[in-house]
Design a protein. Structure first.
Length: 104
């Protein structure tokens, strides 16, 4: 039996049919937004001059500061002392890792 899966995108701004998904980063976080052609043109116009003036970095450059091995138990203990909520297991958020790096 064959299956046919169809994905329909809705523009995240106005609910119309979207034509594309745009990925972008801001302040260390990655985002995706589905846009139609008109809203994409507005997005591109708004961000275009900043992208043109900016330096391009690689994923390695963005994460390089945290590439050295860090004792996550120490990070979690520090974060709790600072009032952050942090789980006992799993990933430690980038915001907490950045705060820890800045403090040490």
């Amino acid at each position: 039996m064959a299956q046919r899966v169809q994905v329909l995108l809705s523009d995240d701004l106005d609910g119309s049919d979207a034509t594309q998904t745009v990925k972008f980063g801001w302040l260390g976080a990655e985002y995706e937004i589905d846009l139609n052609d008109k809203n994409y043109a507005s997005f591109e116009k708004a961000i275009g001059r900043y992208v043109t003036a900016a330096r391009k970095t690689s994923a390695r450059a963005r994460t390089g500061k945290r590439s050295a091995a860090v004792d996550l138990a120490s990070v979690r203990a520090w974060a709790r002392d600072q009032g952050y909520e942090v789980s006992d297991r799993g990933r430690v958020s980038a915001a907490i890792m950045d705060a820890y790096s800045a403090a040490h």
